[in-house]
Design a protein around this ligand. Structure first.
Ligand code: PLP
Length: 378
């Protein structure tokens, strides 16, 4: 049996007619950049994410960059974030000239540790303290970071909070949605996210009218009115085609999320049926709505052997992420060393993503768990 990590072709069969109809309208109109389809999607995402304002942008990475720019973060500033995330989180901080200050994760949720944030702030010199401007928590794999303590710290130290919600559309923390809690929420429509475009796209949420006005300006080279540039922005615009496609998919999102959650429950019962919960650590659902962008298992050793074995068994899998960001070559100038963030480093060696996409069947899940059981018995 073949089990891919993600099967977007199956999803496309369901939405094909709607997509073809809406994109044909755009071809006929020859109106490709921003416009009514982007505005429609912005309204849909605002409502879905409980945000007062939304700004469609060119990618999740650009959502982070433009949110950092709108937060006034510039060269020499310091921004706290996690080393255990996709590169774009810290890459964007660097791209606006700021320095990422990494803080280790909670090993249960893989999200940034609020206590770790406090210790990191305590270690900054008074001069560094004045350059500390923001925290970028990441809601990794579809589960929200521990936001209330993070928001408390931000209030105390007057820091902006930019949620990296690229993997977490619809995720909730104590009844509040990802992207609703911080000053900004950054979403990605990369095809492998829970709500994916047919290419790149992203969205920024905010509750602030003035922040939204700045985002809209920055998105289009900082101009307002046209050809009068108040700010140095960039081209962060969202395409009408991508917005229209995401708009169609939006109506299925809750259904797809529910299927992901059901698959997670099925994995849990299958792994415990075989008495494997000890040796295969399953995702801990701390927060009320985990949207399972990824289903992550953790094994104490032989992760790479398990990976190779699953590969041979034609079961899709991936390591998110093999090298924590503080050990990436491009960040060596930051001066971090092996051992600085032991939980992030351990997670990088022990975790493995297995298929959890909505269209996955029960037979496929049984096969995945059966093969893992076979490997564990060897
Ligand atoms: C995917 C992702 C991004 C970047 O989104 P793109 O749309 O690919 O630019 C940023 N942060 C995290 C955590 C992501 O998973």
């Amino acid at each position: 049996m073949k089990v891919p990590l993600l099967d977007l072709k199956k999803q496309y069969q369901l939405i094909r007619q709607d997509i073809l109809r809406i994109t044909e309208d755009i071809y006929d109109s020859q109106y490709f950049i921003l416009g009514p389809h982007v505005e429609t999607l912005e309204k849909q995402v605002a409502q879905y994410c409980h945000a007062a304002y939304t700004t469609g942008v060119s990618s999740g990475t650009d959502a982070l960059i433009i949110a950092l720019m709108a937060s006034g973060i510039t060269a020499g500033d310091i921004v706290i974030t996690t080393p255990y995330t996709f590169f774009a989180t810290a890459g964007s901080i660097s791209r606006v000239g700021a320095r990422p200050c990494f803080v280790d994760i909670n090993p249960e949720t893989y999200n940034i540790s609020p206590d770790g944030i406090l210790s990191a702030i305590a270690r900054l010199s008074p001069a560094e303290r004045t350059r500390l401007k923001a925290i970028v928590p990441v809601h990794l794999y579809g589960q929200c970071a521990d936001m209330f303590p993070i928001l408390d710290i931000a209030r105390e130290y007057r820091l902006m909070v930019i949620e990296d919600a690229a993997q977490a559309i619809g995720s909730e923390y104590k009844g509040r949605r990802a992207g609703e809690m911080g000053d900004f929420g950054c979403f990605s429509f990369f095809p492998s996210k829970n709500l994916g475009a047919f290419g790149d796209g992203g969205m920024v949420t905010t509750q602030s009218k003035s922040a939204h006005d700045t985002l809209v300006m920055l998105r289009n080279h900082g101009s307002h009115p046209k050809y009068y540039h108040r700010l140095i922005g960039g081209n962060f615009r969202l395409d009408a085609l991508q917005a229209a496609i995401v708009s169609v998919k939006m109506t299925y999102l809750d259904q797809w999320t529910q299927m992901r959650q059901e698959h997670a429950a099925t994995y849990r019962s299958l792994f415990s049926l075989y008495g494997l919960e000890e040796r295969v650590v399953l995702p801990v659902e701390r927060e009320n709505r985990h949207t399972f962008n990824q289903y992550i298992i953790r094994v104490a050793d032989k992760r790479d052997e398990l990976r190779a074995f699953l590969q041979e068994s034609e079961i899709g899998n991936e390591v998110y992420y093999p090298v924590p960001l503080h050990l990436q070559e491009c960040f060596s100038f930051l001066g971090y060393q092996q051992g600085d963030f032991p939980e992030a480093e351990r997670a990088a060696h022990q975790t493995l993503a297995i298929p959890v996409y909505p269209e996955l069947t029960e037979e496929q899940q049984e096969y995945v768990v059966d093969r893992i059981r076979f490997f564990m018995q060897k």
